[in-house]
Design a protein around this ligand. Structure first.
Ligand SMILES: Nc1ncnc2c1ncn2[C@@H]1O[C@H](COP(=O)(O)OP(=O)(O)O)[C@@H](O)[C@H]1O
Ligand SMILES: [Mg+2]
Length: 235
């Protein structure tokens, strides 16, 4: 059991396996994510990134193996896991018709926070959306939407946040904005597990685990020679 002096990793995954009928997607995935760090699951389309995220966020049961999040086992303690996390899916979940601020207030109220307006204003300022806060989200750029989406996922101060392909579909500027946010989150002690199809992104941000064996060739291509951090290839 983790203690305050020795809190253990934010995420520990051991021997995770998952098949969909005949399709063996995860074959013994192991990795640890240190608290307050950024960790990228790197893999091409269909590699199993979302499957890992769904297991870690208690939406899907693995066939074998164990996973703990914030010290809690996803199989035996799913409620405590859910209290510890937030999940931002692959497609932005913001309401287009509402303003950025209204989106944030809505989530804060759903989470029964008293000072929902203050929570919203603090997040708008922190995510550099103050000026755009009163505008409808339908007028936002892709990067602004993503920032708002991530801001919404922080309401309630989760220890661990999961971002599934947070930069897919964004232009270079939008990607940079998201990277800055992710790095800021980690600086403030939040653990971030994100997925990406882009080597340079994994390199830029974090320790990396590559899923699965098909992408090994990519990882050793010339463009990847400078890959920093711990590159681990899962089979
Ligand atoms: N519910 C499901 N039923 C059957 N196959 C699925 C299901 N979910 C995902 N898959 C398949 O499992 C593989 C991994 O999917 P996924 O985890 O979504 O990959 P990624 O997020 O890396 O693109 C893909 O081939 C996908 O088609
Ligand atoms: Mg996916």
């Amino acid at each position: 059991m983790p203690t305050e002096q020795n809190p253990g990793p934010a995420i520990r995954v051991q021997g995770l396996e998952k098949s969909y009928k005949q399709l063996h997607v995860l074959r013994g995935v192991d990795f640890d994510v240190a608290r307050g760090s950024i960790f990228a699951l790197l893999g091409s389309n269909g590699a199993g990134k979302t499957t890992v995220i769904r297991i870690l966020s208690t939406l899907l049961r693995p066939d074998a193996g164990t996973a703990t999040v914030n010290g809690f086992d996803v199989a035996t303690d799913p409620l405590r896991v859910r209290e510890s996390i937030s999940l931002t899916g692959q497609f932005a979940a913001v309401d287009e018709i509402l303003s950025g601020r209204e989106n944030l207030v809505l989530v804060a109220r759903l989470r029964h926070l008293k000072a929902s307006g203050t929570v919203a204003d603090d997040l708008l300022a922190r995510f550099n959306l103050g000026d755009a806060g009163s505008r409808k989200v339908s007028t936002y750029s892709g990067g602004m939407r993503r920032r708002l989406d991530i801001a919404m996922s922080l309401i309630g101060q989760p220890e661990v946040i999961f971002l599934d392909e947070p930069t897919t579909g964004l232009d270079p500027e939008g990607r940079l904005e998201v990277w800055q946010i992710v790095q800021e989150l980690a600086r403030q002690g939040t653990t971030v597990l994100l997925t990406t199809q882009y080597l340079d992104e994994a390199e830029q941000l974090s320790a990396v685990t590559v899923l699965p064996v098909e992408v090994v060739t990519q990882a050793f291509s010339p463009s990847a020679h400078s890959l920093r951090g711990a590159v681990r290839v899962l089979r």
